[in-house]
Design a protein around this ligand. Sequence first.
Ligand code: AKB
Length: 318
Amino acid sequence: MKRILVTGSYGQIGTELIGALRKKYGGENVIATGRKKAPDILTADGPYYRLDALDMNDLQNQLVDYDIDVVIHNVSILSGAGEQNPQLAWETNVQSAYNVLEAVRILGLNQVMIPSSIAAFGPSTPRENTPNDVIMRPTTMYGITKVAIELLGEYYTRKFNVDFRSLRYPGIISSEALPGGGTTDYAVAIFYEAIKNKRYTSFLSKDTRLPMMYMPDCIKSTIDLIEADAKKLVHRTFNVTAVSFTPEELANEIKKIIPDFQIDYKPDFHQAIADSWPKSIDDSVARKEWGWKPDYDLPSMTKDMIKKLKAKLSAPGK
Ligand code: AKB
């Protein structure tokens, strides 16, 4: 049985990952942490601790007190927010990841998982079917921090035998917690607006193709990688994806369920970020080394997302 501490747990991924981890490993064995006061969903069936991952003393104390084996370090400033405040993005993303890696090394913990992103690629990377091992020269601060974290984690594996693992998440679509400050966030906001107002203005142009994944696949990939046999891992950082689509294609899929939905396009500063990222991802290395396979495509994701969000938004008080 593992005891897992998750940082940044009230974010888009953490909010749903905590529930899935608690179901699998038991509520008491999954410690949700974050700087803010916990939302109810994170305190219902397990511990929550207010932790700033930049506070190395507190971080190490909690890892010892809770007798942790595995850390999932989800703290991150995303791409759009990172361009608004690059200094904060560097400090938050890289310094906290360094603290976590150091704490895992010093305390001899079993494993650390720190997500990366398709943002780790840049304009000189091939944009179609981007391979796992390829030139990476990102032009956003967020992307630069993700490359730094990948390299740092792999260094800790080579040099100190730390079991570091990382997934390059594409855009994640989910109905529980909103993402904040990302470039792929449009693919979540569009669903809220389609249900509430039947119209949406996209900050990306209609033909901007990006790799994406539905939350159940995101959670599955995360748990599958944590559980993967270390002996089978040749790599430590993995491309993962499920689908690639444009805002126009997503809008057309939504229109099949909400026929009077309308979309228009007003690209803003996010467009340049998206234009520097892959359009589609080759995740064959993850498939080969630990059996990755997504469950959702664009139609099945759209159907499930609208069903879940309609139920959520019609609940009392929403
Ligand atoms: C973002 O848009 O910044 C993130 C990401 C792709 O890592 N969702």
